[in-house]
Design a protein around this ligand. Structure first.
Ligand code: SAM
Length: 240
C-alpha cells in the first residue's frame, strides 16, 4: 500500500513517520509513505499555493488548481497499474470523524491520498470535485492537516499485515474487537462500540507500594485471560 500525503511541509512527514513500526514497515517494504510537496505544482516564481478569499475575509485559501495538479499527477501514476483501489481524502475539521473502523477500511486500499490544508483551509471546489471524502481527527481546529494526516497514516499503517511484526498486538488492541468482526458490538449509529485493551504491567513487580495484580504473576493462563477480559470490560463501563 502507498500513503501519499499532499502538503507544503513534506519534511515534517519524513521526520515523524520514519520512526517506530511505521518506519520499520516502510524499510521492510510493507508500505510506502509518499510525501508530495504541493509547491512542486506551482507555476509562479514565488511558488504560491494560496491566494486571498473571494468576497474578502481573513487569511489565505489554498488553491484548487495546485491541489488538482498534484492529485492528477498521482492518479496518472495509479492508472498505469491495473485495478488499483484508491481514495483521495481531504483532512478537515468539518469532515466525518476518523476512528478505527475507518482506519480498517483505508488499510485495504492500494493507494490512500491524504490532502493537508493550511491557512484558512482549501478552496471548497476541492471538497466538491476532487476528493472522495472529508475527514476530521476531532472537534478542534489545528493549524494544518499534517498532524491529522500523520495520525491517519500511522493508524492505517499498523493495520497492514507485516507492519507490526507481532500481529498478536492487533488482536487485543483497543477498538479492534479482538481482531474478529463477529465480536464487534455496535451502537445505534452503527459505530463500533469502544473495546479497550486490558491493562498491562511490567517490572518492577512492586514500586512505591504499588503492586502488580497477583493474578498476572500466578502463571495460570486461564485466570489471567479471565481477569484481562473483566478489566477491559470495566474500562469501557467507566467511560460510558
Ligand atoms: N478555517 C477552517 C475551519 O474553520 O474549518 C480551519 C482551517 S485549519 C486552520 C487549516 C487546515 O488544518 C485545514 O484545512 C485542515 O486540513 C487541517 N485541520 C485542522 N483541524 C483539523 C481537524 N480537526 N481534523 C482534520 N484536519 C484538520
Amino acid at each position: 500500500m502507498t500513503i501519499s500525503i499532499l502538503t507544503i511541509f513534506p519534511q515534517m512527514i519524513h521526520e515523524i513517520l520514519s520512526y517506530g513500526p511505521v518506519g520499520r514497515g516502510v524499510k521492510a517494504g510493507f508500505l510506502e509513505i509518499n510525501p508530495v510537496d504541493l509547491r512542486d505544482f506551482t507555476l509562479d516564481k514565488h511558488r504560491s499555493v494560496d491566494d486571498k478569499p473571494f468576497g474578502g475575509g481573513p487569511g489565505m485559501v489554498m488553491r484548487v488548481d495546485i491541489i488538482d495538479a498534484a492529485i492528477s499527477n498521482l492518479k496518472s501514476q495509479n492508472s498505469k497499474l491495473r485495478s488499483i483501489a484508491s481514495k483521495a481524502v481531504l483532512l478537515s475539521p468539518q469532515g466525518k470523524m476518523f476512528n478505527q473502523q475507518v482506519a480498517q477500511e483505508y488499510s485495504k486500499l492500494d493507494h490512500l491520498i491524504l490532502i493537508s490544508g493550511r491557512y484558512e483551509g482549501v478552496d471548497e471546489r476541492v471538497r466538491e470535485h476532487l476528493v472522495d471524502e472529508e475527514l476530521s481527527i476531532g472537534s478542534y481546529v489545528l493549524s494544518g492537516g499534517e498532524i491529522p494526516a500523520m495520525a491517519v497514516a500511522d493508524a492505517v499503517a499498523r493495520l497492514i499485515p507485516g507492519v507490526l511484526g507481532n500481529e498478536e498486538s492487533l488482536i487485543s488492541e483497543s477498538f479492534s474487537a479482538g481482531g474478529n468482526k463477529k465480536q464487534e458490538t455496535r451502537n445505534n449509529d452503527n459505530e463500533i462500540k469502544p473495546q479497550f485493551d486490558y491493562p498491562n504491567y511490567t517490572q518492577p513487580a512492586e514500586y512505591r507500594g504499588w503492586k502488580v495484580p497477583e493474578v498476572l504473576r500466578s502463571g495460570n493462563h486461564a485466570e489471567i485471560q479471565k481477569w484481562r477480559e473483566e478489566q477491559a470490560r470495566k474500562k469501557i463501563t467507566s467511560i460510558i
